[in-house]
Design a protein. Structure first.
Length: 937
């Protein structure tokens, strides 16, 4: 584990992820800034166990979140002191979430917002914000300052915050925008009783947004000789207050003990009571102008100096105001007298009760008074089958005498895999503890229920039969096909072959555990059962001894053409074994099933498949994710759409193959292979010679998040047409790893049409642990071309060695950044461009190049983290040995990203040493302990 949060956050900011923090106290000497989708989590789940605090004497926020996907949860955050912006402890800078945290003992400089939290379009949920002690002036929100239309603070407690400085707006919260909901804002104080400087809003100051379902109690605003101050509970400059209880607040000056209206604001469904101000001018609330107060469906007094709709000045009749129980008593004038606002119809009150009762009524205040009523639950036996009335579940808020028509299907019906008939119902009466008081049974499928008492349950009873379906793939059969069978019955089924080239492989579907390979099964019908017997083929192909009229089941009866074998196997899948030879195809071989097409010698040089016709077509197209091509040389393809030799159309695997002498039409991708979400492994792709324009990926084009090319060589491909992207590879998605991309060329030196990326063009995805060497990009009179080794339009390059590449135009011999892209743990060296403007790399915009823990030069015109310019000290660069010498400054100088921990380098060595260190580049230098003797024989 790491020891400090700062290092963990620095690493996680590169790619996002989760940081688990063990219980303890973590000091930060500068603001922790979360710039990516990081989840920073206290592992115990209790904020008291894990604290993050400012330890330096200088002033700074403890944590700043600047990514909408970031999450902070499970911490106590304390001792922050903002000096320049806001947010003494936390600054939500444009989004992010803070959950289950305690924010305490915070401050900020005069004139700044958000003593505890500055929430700009973020979410604060299930938190406590307390113990602010500010002595500064002109602060906004000693506890929280909230702004931004998407900002939310919810299910939180803001208490015991105080400020003795003058002109403070909102000791608990300053709400400028967004929503504060289901919060308790209590015991906050806006300056002392002896001050002559005053403040506004002991609990909440609202200039915009709305506060909903909140308790605002026990807050206080201090003395001021001018009446601009006030609002012991809430100071309303704008915005709205909905379903809030504002009680027991105090104004030391006659400026509204509960509320003060200082601008046009709206109060709806609220209770304002038991608030005080000095005896010389006693008032629950005040408005500086009568036009400011827009109050509806609320309880407050007096009902003068404002606009009032359906309000009451009666005592709200709390359950026990003396003990702070602010729930409504039964019969309160505030019960069922609020207005139902559509946006809150599905909400809950401060205790989690539904905001709206069964009659569509809503109470005033933050607490809804639950109605005493009965419940009828609807169930099915043995399960909830069919459509019944009322629906399965509970009917709540029923009063005595309520009539409900209850019904279930009267005719047999199907539900999923079951066919059922309703046998009637049971009606069970229950007491408050769920114990049965009465029960009766009927065979009727419809009746009228009259509600009495508290709890009843209707149970519909069904008889079941289950659907059983048994089938076989091509080449086999099963002894029975199934049908609707009684629950609990047993059946015996056997799978048999029909053709000599097929064999029983396995069952799929609802097979008893451990019996998947058994041809005979005994099944118990305890649920719907769907089973399929699989009979894959094993076909043999020989161009010397085969005959397409044979069955292909043995070498003696081998087929002659691969096309005929694929046609047979496409019906059921299976394996096609191909003897050494040369196999011409006059149309594209399309593999649509889980077929393994295998060259039997294991050496691609022995067995070739090639396009023989003069028309243009791909040699092989794979459209099934379970298909596998291995052990062939595939050549001479010429695609009119994509994938000159092989087109992986949505999946499939190509392994141990040589793809060579291929092409595509103008503007088409993937000269050798078009890899869409497939896997290319241990292959060679070479000798493409294209003259077409706008080609993407002369050797390989890869797209799709699941696409992989690995352990392969892409070399000696070239195109002299204009506007070619990727002389070796065009990477649009997925991952390319442990590959060598060498000696590819993107048009020749005499061309004036140019190209991008002699070796590799990246617009998305990532290349990892690759050698990109000796590639070239040709001449272009404009600088839009470039990147002799790699052209980066997006995506990322990790642990790659980019060496001895060449750009004919001064546009980056090794790399060219043409869009925001990330280079990490890489070596870029010994690349060339014309002497008139030599450069190893270039970025068309300095904001594009995001380089970390890498070797390249110069370190200008980009963003660089822990990079070096020193010579990488290769083992033998003059002879093409790009491994690191023991003296290389690139050793142990990379950054260990979590997902790299179990990776291998280009030679198969572990990517990370025993000390969790990683080298730059594609080759990891093996660790040799000191004083170790190596004996070599």
């Amino acid at each position: 584990a790491l020891q400090t949060l700062a290092v963990a956050v620095e690493r996680a900011n590169l790619s996002g992820g989760t940081i688990w923090v063990a219980p303890g106290d973590y000091a930060v000497t500068n603001t922790l800034v979360l710039t990516n989708a990081i989840s920073l989590l206290g592992s115990s789940g209790t904020p008291a166990d894990t604290s993050i605090f400012r330890s330096a004497t200088t002033a700074y926020s403890v944590i700043r979140i600047s990514h909408s996907g970031a999450l902070l949860a499970g911490f106590t955050v304390s001792n922050g002191q903002a000096a320049a912006t806001g947010g003494g402890n936390l600054w939500l800078d444009g989004g992010g979430t803070v959950s289950n945290c305690w924010i305490t003992r915070h401050s900020l400089y005069s004139g700044l917002p958000g003593g505890g939290i500055y929430n700009n379009n973020g979410r604060v949920t299930h938190c406590r914000v307390s113990d602010s002690r500010l002595s500064h002036w002109d602060c906004k929100g000693a506890g929280i300052y909230q702004t931004g239309s998407d900002a939310v603070t919810e299910f939180s407690e803001i208490f015991d915050n105080a400020c003795s400085g003058h002109s403070v707006l909102g000791a608990g919260i300053y709400l400028a925008a967004g929503e504060v909901r289901n919060c308790r804002i209590t015991n906050n104080r806006n300056n002392s009783a002896t001050s002559t400087s005053g403040g506004c809003g002991g609990g909440v100051y609202i200039s915009g947004g709305r506060a909903v379902n909140c308790l605002i109690a026990g807050n206080e605003v201090g003395w001021n000789t001018g009446r601009a101050s006030g609002g012991g509970g809430v100071y309303l400059k704008g915005g709205s207050l909905v379903n809030c209880t504002v009680v027991d607040n105090r104004a030391m000056f006659p400026g509204g003990g509960g509320l003060r209206f200082a601008g046009t604001a709206y109060v709806t469904n609220c209770i304002v009571a038991h608030n005080t101000s000095p005896e010389t001018d006693t008032e629950e609330w005040r408005a500086s102008r009568s036009t400011y107060a827009r109050v509806a469906y609320s309880c407050l007094s007096p009902l003068t100096n404002g606009t009032f709709t359906a309000c009451t000045a009666s005592d709200p009749a709390f359950r026990d105001a003396r003990l702070g129980d602010w729930r409504l008593s039964r019969g309160s004038p505030c019960e069922d007298t609020g207005v139902l606002l559509p946006e809150f119809a599905a909400g809950i009150d401060l205790l989690g009760n539904p905001r709206v009762d069964a009659d569509g009524q809503v109470d005033m205040g933050g607490f809804e008074n639950p109605h005493e009523s009965g419940t009828l639950s609807i169930e099915g036996c043995p399960a909830r089958y069919g459509t019944v009335t009322p629906p399965y579940g509970e009917c709540n808020f029923l009063t005595n005498g309520t009539l409900l028509v209850c019904s279930a299907p009267g005719e047999p019906f199907t539900d999923g895999g079951a066919r059922l008939i309703c046998l009637g119902y049971s009606l069970v009466g229950l007491d408050n503890d769920g114990l049965v008081l009465s029960s009766n049974r009927s065979d009727q499928t419809s009746f009228t229920y009259t509600h009495t008492g508290r709890w009843h349950r209707v149970i519909w009873h069904f008889a079941e039969t289950f659907r059983v379906e048994l089938s076989a793939t091509y080449g086999g059969r099963v002894s029975m096909s199934g049908g609707w069978l009684p629950v609990g019955s047993t059946i015996d089924v056997t799978a048999d072959t029909l053709n000599p080239w097929c064999y029983f492989s396995h069952w799929s579907g609802d097979v008893p555990a451990g019996q998947e390979q058994s041809a005979s099964l005994t099944l118990t019908v305890d649920r719907p059962l769907f089973l399929r017997a699989h009979f894959p083929v094993t076909l043999h192909v020989s161009d010397k001894d085969g005959d397409d009229a044979a069955d292909g089941g043995t070498w003696e009866a081998a087929l002659k053409s691969v096309a005929r074998a694929v046609e047979h196997a496409s019906l059921a899948g299976g394996t096609i074994l191909v003897a050494p030879g040369d196999y011409a195809v006059t149309n594209t071989l399309v593999i649509t099933n889980a077929i393994s097409l295998l060259g039997t010698s294991g050496n691609p040089a022995d067995t070739s498949i090639f396009r023989s016709a003069t028309t243009a077509y791909s040699v092989i197209r794979i459209t099934h994710s379970g298909a596998h091509l291995a052990g062939f040389t595939v050549s001479n393809g010429q695609a009119t759409t994509c994938g000159g030799n092989v087109w992986l159309d949505g999946g499939g695997t190509v392994s141990n193959c040589w793809l060579m002498r291929h092409s595509v039409a103008n503007g088409m991708p993937g000269g050798g292979i078009y890899n869409d979400n497939g896997r290319v492994t241990c292959c060679r792709i070479s000798e493409s010679r294209l003259f077409h324009w706008a080609t993407r990926g002369v050797g390989l084009y890869q797209t799709g998040t699941d696409a992989v090319t690995e352990f392969s060589e892409i070399f000696n491909n070239g195109c002299s047409g204009h506007s070619v992207w990727g002389g070796g590879v065009y990477l649009s998605g997925g991952e390319m790893r442990n590959c060598t991309i060498t000696s590819n060329r993107c048009n020749d030196a005499a061309s004036t049409s140019g190209g991008c990326g002699g070796g590799l063009y990246i617009s998305g995805g990532r290349a990892v642990s690759c050698l990109i060497a000796c590639n070239e990009v040709g001449w272009n009179t404009s600088r839009a071309s470039g990147g002799g080794g790699v052209y980066l339009k997006g995506g990322s390059l990790l642990n790659c060695t980019v060496v001895e590449n060449r750009a004919m135009l001064p546009s980056g011999g090794g790399l060219y950044f043409a869009g925001t892209a990330y280079v990490t743990n890489c070596i870029v060296a010994r690349n060339t461009s014309p002497e008139t403007d030599p450069e190893e790399w270039r970025a068309s915009n300095s904001a594009y190049a995001k380089v970390a823990y890498s070797r390249l030069t110069p370190l200008t015109n980009g963003t660089f983290t822990a990079c070096i310019e020193a010579d990488p000290a290769f083992e033998d660069a003059d002879n093409g040995n790009w491994q690191l010498s023991r003296y290389s400054p690139c050793r142990n100088s990379g950054v260990l990203l979590a997902w790299l921990a179990d990776q291998r380098d280009l030679l198969g060595a572990p990517r990370v040493d025993h000390r969790e260190r990683i080298d730059m580049g594609a080759y990891e230098r093996p660790y040799v302990p000191p004083e170790t003797l190596l004996l070599i024989r």
